[in-house]
Design a protein around this ligand. Structure first.
Ligand code: NAP
Length: 288
């Protein structure tokens, strides 16, 4: 049987279809979900990402606020902007575009985002709460990987998932999320020895390395599932699609795999945040 190609565009569309109905309902209650994005400096790729996020917000009938700060912004100035957005009741989600200039304390800035508005899952508190399944919004790319798995009803329980990469926004959170789904998880990184032998034991491989065509088909066990989160210049994934496809039972292409689902997860989290913040306001006004 031919491997199943996991079509991220189809998954993203199904998420957006559901969101449009929810946004309509929220608007009927006088709330328009709003995402604020903060971009510090002049990185061209980051500008494009922020623009794409704003465009998708508008297409779905959501609002967006874009805050552009100059390269020389200090950590304290950035914290002030985040605090203003935290206390703005019209803003439901906040995204600080990564990377920020190196003189800024990025961790401090991320951790300033209020947990209920951390729709990109970047705060330390959000990571802990995701790991303990306490209802925080997970990072968007890991959430996109889970969304693809769920859309296609792929079995995780008891399966051996090998994650290649341990970054705070991708490898680590997706490992915890797969563990919470009862997969048996192995996390690999740049110091891992005999990586190919470890990948050979995997039922599910998540490629989150940041190196084009890094995972080779010959490393795979016959029939494994390959989820490629990689996105390298020239639209190239972290798995070598040509050699991985024939060995896999299901595989995400690049482009058109995890990437398109990632933005839709950001919007999904923002809509959920608007809904939760509305519920909280109602509860408070009922009490008072
Ligand atoms: P990152 O922060 O650079 O992390 C890369 C990870 O890969 C690190 O943990 C590193 O190990 C590990 N690694 C590097 N070389 C390795 C090797 N030879 N063997 C085994 N592990 C190795 O990257 P990231 O931000 O997680 O991104 C990973 C990929 O996902 C990139 O292709 C990126 O473009 C893509 N991405 C896609 C989206 C999306 O929306 N689809 C979003 C974010 C990222 P150490 O920890 O030991 O250094």
């Amino acid at each position: 049987m031919n491997p199943l190609i996991l079509d991220g565009r189809k998954v993203a569309q199904s998420v957006k279809d559901e969101l449009m109905a929810q946004i309509c309902e929220l608007k009927g209650k006088g709330v328009t979900p709003k995402l604020a994005t903060i971009l510090v400096g002049n990185d061209e790729a980051s500008k494009t990402y922020v623009q794409m996020k704003a465009n998708t917000c508008h297409k779905l009938g959501m609002e967006s606020e874009r805050v552009f700060l100059p390269e020389e912004t200090t950590t304290d100035e950035l914290l002030d902007v985040i605090q203003r957005l935290n206390s703005d009741h019209q803003v439901h989600g906040i995204l600080l575009q990564h990377p920020v200039p190196s003189h800024i304390d990025e961790r401090k800035a991320f951790d300033e985002i209020a947990l209920e508005k951390d729709v990109d899952g970047v705060t330390s508190h959000g990571f802990g709460a995701t790991t303990f399944q306490l209802g925080a919004y997970p990072c968007c790319t890991p959430a996109a990987i889970l969304q693809v798995i769920d859309y296609y009803n792929l079995e995780l329980e008891g399966k051996h998932a090998v994650i290649i990469g341990r970054s705070p926004i991708l490898g680590k959170p997706v490992s915890m999320m797969l563990l919470n789904r009862n997969a048996t998880v192995t996390i690999c990184h740049s110091r891992t020895e005999n990586l190919d032998q470890i990948v050979k034991q995997a039922d599910v491989v998540v490629a989150a390395v940041g190196r084009p065509k890094f995972v080779k088909g010959e490393w795979l066990k016959e029939g494994s599932i390959v989820l490629d989160a990689g996105y390298n210049p020239g639209n190239i994934g972290d798995a070598d699609y040509e050699s991985c496809y024939p060995k896999s039972s299901a595989i995400t292409p690049v482009p058109g795999g995890i990437g398109p689902v990632t933005i839709s997860m950001l919007l999904k989290h923002t809509v959920e945040a608007a809904q939760r913040q509305l519920n909280t306001t109602k509860t408070h006004s009922n009490v008072s």
